[in-house]
Design a protein around this ligand. Structure first.
Ligand code: ATP
Ligand code: MG
Length: 436
């Protein structure tokens, strides 16, 4: 026998039993995005490698070791997108969406990073991303964060996430701080972990992010970023916090929050949870006022965030927050046994679909005995079956049969336990009673 081909490690199939949860999450988020006036944009999943090197930064985990980069047949270096912000800036700039305009955009789709696969961390994962262009004040930062809080409320997750927020200031302020931090850490070199030692030269701010205990202890007495913040960034940050206070969005200021990409300035934030173990960040973003220019466009302020769809699904599952109605169950299952019954079944199904646009009607295909078809009807989860046999065709009737799992009042339960044979001309009225 030939060996079977398997999916690539860290890249998951989302099976039919799972997809209703994904649709639920995506629909909920999409509805909220629309209510804030965002428009969807769709970008390719492959871009020139240079795009990510220039935006994310050469000395970042993503660019140093996580990108799926390959040569195409022309010898061009291409990369499967590890994130969406750079792609969105590239697309918006290329199509003239940025100059003298404001934009509120969102996208959804797979991202690729060669990381060690584990719970909540995959090599192909999905993000819903949001980017705003052309607005420099703290109001849009605030509105964006308020919107994320509404996502969690709509999904029933608000109690289980906390907002961490910080300001990274201007690049000048960051440079000043970097100097002080490097000086301090150099004096405590022995206590740093190997990764942090390496980063001391290449990307010292990332050391603030270290999970290593010894490094953490050193950091406890490190210079505080807040003391280095420039006046403009300070005001921006204070106004933002004021808007969040006034909107009852709780937050924790975390002056060690730096984020793993080079392009952030001023606001950065993360929504974190204790419910997912080590992979606790479900949503992260910030302001990137320098990025458009860095990618060759005219200077344009930007701010955005991305959320990890897999992590949110894991959270919904572990907290049991997926509504019971979210499944693939049919609403009506049509059983057809005997000569000439299949076409009648199709006709009834179409009548139902015409009448009830969102009704899930499954017509049995593939023949089989009454008993085997009824088994499938049960398995479909439908609360009611329509049965058509040769007798029914002759009588111009159809049998309406309640199935187990039907929720009803005591009284109607009594009435409904029995199947009824109704004239085809009247079956819509009868079936409506079962679909309440
Ligand atoms: P982490 O610190 O967990 O590696 P990150 O800072 O690299 O996250 P971002 O680039 O900010 O992540 O991406 C935004 C969100 O996308 C994350 O908060 C997370 O929810 C999700 N995410 C990032 N990498 C992965 C991955 N490999 N698998 C699944 N989800 C991911
Ligand atoms: Mg990462």
């Amino acid at each position: 026998m030939l060996s079977k081909i398997q999916a690539i490690r860290g890249m998951n199939d989302i099976l039919p039993e799972q997809t209703p949860k994904w649709q639920y999450l995506e629909d909920t988020v999409r509805r909220v995005l629309q209510s804030y006036g965002y428009s969807e944009i769709r970008m390719p999943i492959v871009e020139q490698t240079e795009l990510f090197k220039r935006s994310i930064g050469e000395v970042t985990d993503i660019v140093e070791k996580e990108m799926y980069t390959f040569e195409d047949r022309n010898g061009d270096s291409l990369t499967l997108r590890p994130e969406g912000t750079a792609c969105c800036v590239r697309a918006a700039e290329q199509h003239g969406l940025l100059f003298n305009q404001t934009q509120k955009l969102w996208y959804c789709g797979p991202m690729f990073r060669h990381e060690r696969p584990q719970k909540g961390r995959y090599r192909q994962f999905n993000q819903i991303g949001v980017e705003c262009f052309g607005m420099q004040g703290p109001d849009i930062d605030a509105e964006m964060i308020i919107m994320t809080a509404r996502f969690w409320k709509a999904l029933g997750l608000l109690e289980n996430v906390t907002l961490q927020i910080n300001s990274l200031g201007t690049s000048e302020a960051r440079a000043e701080y970097k100097k002080a931090l490097v000086e301090y850490l150099s004096n405590n070199l022995d206590a740093l972990d190997e990764d942090s030692k390496r980063r001391l030269e290449s990307n010292p701010l990332r050391i603030l992010d270290s999970k290593n205990e010894s490094t953490q202890r050193v950091l406890d007495d490190a210079p505080d970023f807040a003391d280095y913040l420039d006046q403009e960034s300070k005001e921006h940050f204070e106004q933002l916090l004021g808007l969040l206070d006034a909107s009852d969005v709780a937050y924790e200021v975390n002056s060690r929050l730096v984020r793993g990409l080079d392009y952030y300035s001023k606001t950065v934030f993360e929504w974190v949870t204790d419910d997912l173990g080590a992979q606790g960040t479900v949503c992260a973003g910030g302001r990137y006022d320098g990025l458009v220019e860095q990618l060759g466009g005219r200077s344009t302020p930007g701010v955005g965030f991305a959320m990890g769809v897999e992590r949110l699904i894991l959270m919904l599952e572990s907290l049991d927050k997926i509504p019971a109605t979210i499944n693939n169950a049919a609403d009506v299952f049509i059983v057809a046994v005997g000569e000439g019954t299949q076409i009648e079944a199709f006709k009834l199904a179409e009548v139902l679909r015409n009448e009830f646009l969102t009704l899930r009607v499954v017509t049995h295909c593939g023949g089989g005995s009454f008993k085997s078809q009824m088994k499938k009807a049960d398995k479909s989860g439908a609360p009611v079956a329509l049965i058509i046999g040769e007798n029914e065709i002759q009588n111009k009737t159809v049998v309406v049969k309640p199935l187990r799992g039907l929720s009803m009042t005591e009284e109607s339960a009594e009435n409904n336990r029995q199947q009824v044979e109704v004239p085809v001309s009247d079956f819509l009225n009868v079936i409506e009673g079962y679909l309440a």
